[in-house]
Design a protein around this ligand. Sequence first.
Ligand code: HEM
Length: 128
Amino acid sequence: MTPKQISLVQESWQKVLPIAPQAAAIFYDTLFEMDPALTGLFPNDMVEQGKKLMTMLDTAVKLLNEPDKLIPAVQKLGERHVSYGVKAEHYDTVGAALLKTLATGLGKEFTAPIKKLGQKSIKPSPLP
Ligand code: HEM
C-alpha cells in the first residue's frame, strides 16, 4: 500500500468509528444474508462480537504503516480463525459484506478510490 492509500483508509475509518456499533450490526446482517450457513459459526453474543471486530479493525487500520507489528497480529488472528472453523473462502464473503457495510455506513463518502482499495482480496495466504 502506498502512503496515500494508507491515509485514505485511515481517514475513512475515522468516519466509521462514531457509528461502529451500527456498522457492526449492518456487517453481520449483511454477512448472514449472503451466507446463512455462517450463523452457525457464531454461538455467542453478537453485540460483543461486533465490539471485538471493530476493535481489531481499529488496531489494524492504526498499524497500516507499521507492518512489522501488523503482520504478526493478523497472522495470530488468522490462526485463531482456523480453530473457529473458518475456511479461506469465507474471507471472500466477509470482504464483500465489509464493502457493502462501508457503502451503507459511509454513504456518499464511499468514494471511488476507497471502493477500489477495498476490492483487493483479504483472503489469507495459506499457512506454511
Ligand atoms: C477482516 C477479517 C476478520 C477480522 C478482523 C476478524 C475479527 C475477529 C475478532 C477480533 C474475533 C474475536 C476473537 C479473536 O480475536 O480471536 C473474531 C472471532 C470470530 N470470527 Fe472473525 N474476523 C475476520 C474474518 C472472519 C471470517 C472470514 C470469518 C468467517 C465467517 C470469521 C468468523 C469468526 C468466528 C466464527 C469467530 C468466533 C466467534 C465465537 O466463537 O464467538 N471471521 N473475529
